[in-house]
Every structure is written in structure tokens, then in C-alpha cells.
Design a protein. Structure first.
Length: 124
């Protein structure tokens, strides 16, 4: 008896972010991107699951959170630590980038991270 592996079909999972917190929406999106909502879930395969987050501009973000949350990155040069608050990031790059960075932090750091993140679509 042999085991047959069926190729999963491409599916779309839609999340409405209206009046929901950022973490709840991001965790639901990360869960779907990992493929855990599919019967074809396998740890070593990135499933063709497209996750669409709609109404990202209507997320519930408290002002204390947007002012106090700091995103840091390092340029690679001495003294190259750059900081940006969530408020600045929303004005410069949009709320879509904040949602993508939050979901990206919830995906495991391995080879499947980039293919999974390509399947995330955020709409304001």
C-alpha cells in the first residue's frame, strides 16, 4: 500500500479587520498562512493559500499604542540604528505595512517564510 499525496488547490481566505485589534487580525492571518486551516497541512510545504486582509484602515488602534510602539532596524554601519514609531510608519508607508510587519513577526523564521508572506494581501 502506498501513500498518495494530493496536490492542494489554491484557496483564498478573507479576513475583515473592521473594529478588531491588530494582534487578533495578524494572528488569524498567520494561522491561515501557515496552512493550519487546511486539511492538506504539512510542516514542510507552503500551501497555495492566499490570505486577504480587508478594511485594514478600520483597525482599532489606540493612540497610546501608535505613539509608543517603536520599530527598529539596523543599517549595518556603526551608529546605524534607526527607529520609527507606529504613527510615523502609518503616515509614511501606510497601515498595510504595519499589518504585514506584524504578521511577518508571527511566521516562523525558516525557508518557507518568504513564500508564505508573498501570499498575504492587505487592503486598506
Amino acid at each position: 500500500m502506498t501513500t498518495r499525496i494530493t496536490k492542494p488547490e489554491a484557496t483564498t481566505y478573507t479576513i475583515d479587520a473592521t473594529d478588531r485589534t491588530l494582534g487578533r487580525v495578524a494572528s488569524e492571518a498567520a494561522h491561515a498562512l501557515l496552512g493550519k486551516r487546511s486539511v492538506h497541512f504539512t510542516k514542510n510545504i507552503a500551501l497555495p493559500m492566499t490570505v486577504i486582509v480587508e478594511n485594514a484602515a478600520k483597525l482599532h488602534l489606540p493612540t497610546t499604542r501608535t505613539k509608543s510602539k517603536i520599530y527598529t532596524r539596523y543599517t549595518g554601519f556603526p551608529g546605524g540604528l534607526r527607529e520609527m514609531s507606529m504613527e510615523e510608519m502609518i503616515t509614511k508607508k501606510g497601515i498595510e505595512e504595519v499589518v504585514k510587519k506584524t504578521v511577518d513577526g508571527m511566521i516562523p523564521r525558516n525557508r518557507l517564510r518568504a513564500p508564505r508572506m508573498k501570499n498575504l494581501v492587505v487592503k486598506a
